[in-house]
Write a protein that binds this ligand. Structure first.
Ligand code: ATP
Ligand code: MG
Length: 438
C-alpha cells in the first residue's frame, strides 16, 4: 500500500479523552474512530490488526478441533426467559422491541442461542463431543465504557461452547481450550497468566481468566513471583493426549483475580506474592448442566438414559486484544507490533521523492516486495524525513527499510528494527529476499 493513497488519519496531538497509552496510540495512529460512547469504527490500519488477531484466534480454535459457526447478533428474548437469565442480566443487556412488539436483544453472549441450536440437533452420545465457535460482535451496555476498545460497549469476541456426555469429558474439552488459549496469546507475543476466577455452581477450579500483566489493567491480580520463570507456551499441542499435566503445570503456582483472592486464605507467603494489575483477555468456564437442564438439551447415553449435556463456554476479547497488545508493546515514539499481528511487516521509506535515484530504487523495491508477497506500507509522500520516521515509529511496523541518497551511493538500504532500534545495512538486491524469509 502506498501511504500517499492510504486512508490513515493520524493525529499530531494527543487526544484529551484518552487516558491510557493504548487508547491514545490507537487514535493517534488512525486505527479507530469513536462513533459514540464505547462504539468504534475500525479504519484500515486498525482493521488489519483486528483481522490478524482474529486469524490467529481462528487458527488455534480450528487446531484444537473446534468448528466455526456464525450466530446472529440479535437474539430473541424468549430463549433467555427459558434459561432464567433475561431478568438477571440487568442493564448491561441492550433490549430491543421489533415492529410486532416482540422482545429482542443485542447478544452480550450466546449460551442460550447455542444451546437452542444443539438441543435440536444432538440427540445421542454418539454425536458427542462437539465444540462450536464463532467470532462475532457483542453488545454490553457497560456502566463505564472506557479505555477505548478495551472496555467498549460493542466489541468483537471469539466465543465457543463445548458439549460433552459427562463431566470427565467436559473437563477434557475445558483443558483443550485452556491449552489453545495459552498458544493463542503466545502467538501474539503476549504472556497471559491463567488465574483462578469465580467458579460456577459446579465448584472446583473450573474457571480461569487469562490475564495479561499491565500497569493500566482494570483487574487487580495476585500471583506467585515464580510466574516470571514461566515461558510462553510454544510448540505443538497434541489435543488427543491427556492435557491435564499441562493445565496442572500452569496452575501449579498461585494466581487469582481480586474477586477470588482472599489474603487470609492465600497459600503463598507474603514475600513471594506479587500484587499487580492485568487485562483480562480470555475467560474459560465449565458449568455442566446450567443451561442444558432448564433448556432441555439432553442426549441418550449408551445405556439409554436421558442426560443433560455437560457444557463449557470460552471467550476471547478479540478487539480488546488490540489494546492489550499495545499496552504490552510500545515506547515513547509509538506502537511496536509483534510481527504476528502487525498490519504490515515492512514500512518502506523513500527519504527523497525529488531524487531520481531514490525514486527509482524505492519504486523497484516496492514492486519487488509486492511480487514476493511481503506486506509493505510504502511512504512515497513528499514529506520531510523527520516526519516520515516519526510516522513510521508511531504506527509501529516491525521493520523500516529506508532508501536515501547516501545509502544508494553504496548500493544499500538501511534496515531498522522497530523493537530494538538497531540499524543495519543491506544490499539493495538482498532486501526483498531477506523479508520474504521472515
Ligand atoms: P470483564 O470482567 O472485563 O467485564 P467479563 O468477565 O464480563 O469481562 P466475559 O463474559 O468472560 O467477560 O467475556 C469474554 C471476554 O470478552 C473477556 O475475557 C474480555 O476479553 C472480553 N470482553 C468482555 N467485556 C468486554 C468489553 N466491554 N469490551 C471489550 N472486551 C470485552
Ligand atoms: Mg463484563
Amino acid at each position: 500500500m502506498r501511504l500517499s493513497k492510504y486512508f490513515l488519519p493520524t493525529l499530531k496531538e494527543t487526544p484529551a479523552e484518552a487516558r491510557i497509552v493504548s487508547h491514545r496510540l490507537m487514535l493517534r495512529a488512525g486505527m479507530v474512530r469513536q462513533a459514540s460512547t464505547g462504539i468504534y469504527s475500525w479504519l484500515p490500519l486498525g482493521l488489519r490488526v483486528l483481522q490478524k488477531i482474529e486469524a490467529i484466534v481462528r487458527d488455534e480454535q480450528v487446531n484444537s478441533g473446534a468448528q466455526e459457526i456464525l450466530m446472529p447478533t440479535i437474539q430473541s428474548a424468549d430463549l433467555w426467559k427459558e434459561s432464567g437469565r433475561y431478568e438477571d442480566y440487568g442493564k448491561e443487556m441492550l433490549r430491543i422491541t421489533d415492529r410486532h412488539g416482540r422482545e429482542m436483544l443485542y447478544g452480550p453472549t450466546n449460551e442460550e442461542q447455542i444451546t437452542d441450536i444443539v438441543r435440536h440437533a444432538i440427540k445421542s452420545y454418539k454425536d458427542l463431543p462437539k465444540n462450536l465457535f464463532q467470532i462475532q460482535w457483542k453488545f454490553r451496555d457497560e456502566i463505564r465504557p472506557r479505555f477505548g476498545v478495551m472496555r467498549g460497549r460493542e466489541f468483537l469476541m471469539k466465543d465457543n461452547y463445548s458439549f460433552d456426555l459427562d463431566e470427565a469429558a467436559g473437563r477434557h474439552s475445558y483443558n483443550k481450550m485452556f491449552v489453545a488459549y495459552l498458544r493463542t496469546f503466545a502467538r501474539m507475543g503476549l504472556r497471559a497468566i491463567p488465574m483462578a476466577a469465580e467458579s460456577g455452581p459446579i465448584g472446583g477450579d473450573l474457571s480461569h481468566e487469562f490475564i495479561v500483566l499491565a500497569a493500566t489493567g482494570e483487574s487487580e491480580v495476585f500471583y506467585h513471583k515464580d510466574f516470571d520463570r514461566f515461558d510462553a507456551m510454544a510448540g505443538d499441542a497434541d489435543y488427543n493426549s491427556d492435557l491435564q499435566p499441562v493445565v496442572d503445570h500452569w496452575t501449579s503456582l498461585y494466581a487469582a483475580t481480586d474477586e477470588q483472592h482472599d489474603a487470609r486464605k492465600c497459600p503463598v507467603p507474603e514475600a513471594d506474592l506479587v500484587t499487580g494489575r492485568g487485562i483480562e483477555v480470555g475467560h474459560v468456564f465449565f458449568f455442566g448442566a446450567k443451561y442444558s437442564k432448564p433448556m432441555g438439551a439432553v442426549v441418550q447415553d449408551a445405556d439409554g438414559n436421558t442426560v443433560p449435556l455437560q457444557m463449557g463456554s470460552y471467550g476471547i476479547g478479540v478487539s480488546r486484544l488490540v489494546g492489550a497488545i499495545i499496552e504490552a508493546s510500545h515506547d515513547q515514539a509509538g506502537i511496536i507490533w509483534p510481527e504476528s499481528v502487525a498490519p504490515y511487516l515492512v514500512g518502506l521509506i523513500n527519504l527523497r521523492t525529488d531524487d531520481e535515484g531514490c525514486l527509482k530504487a524505492s519504486e523497484g523495491l516496492y514492486a519487488a516486495f509486492l511480487k514476493a508477497g511481503v506486506e509493505v506500507l510504502y511512504d512515497d509522500r513528499a514529506e520531510r524525513p523527520g516526519a516520515k520516521f516519526s510516522n513510521m515509529d508511531l504506527i509501529g511496523l516491525p521493520w523500516q527499510v529506508t532508501i536515501g541518497p547516501k545509502g544508494l551511493e553504496k548500493g544499500v538500504a538501511e534496515i531498522k528494527s522497530r523493537a530494538s532500534g538497531e540499524r543495519t545495512e543491506l544490499k539493495l538486491s538482498e532486501v526483498v529476499k531477506h523479508f520474504a524469509h521472515l
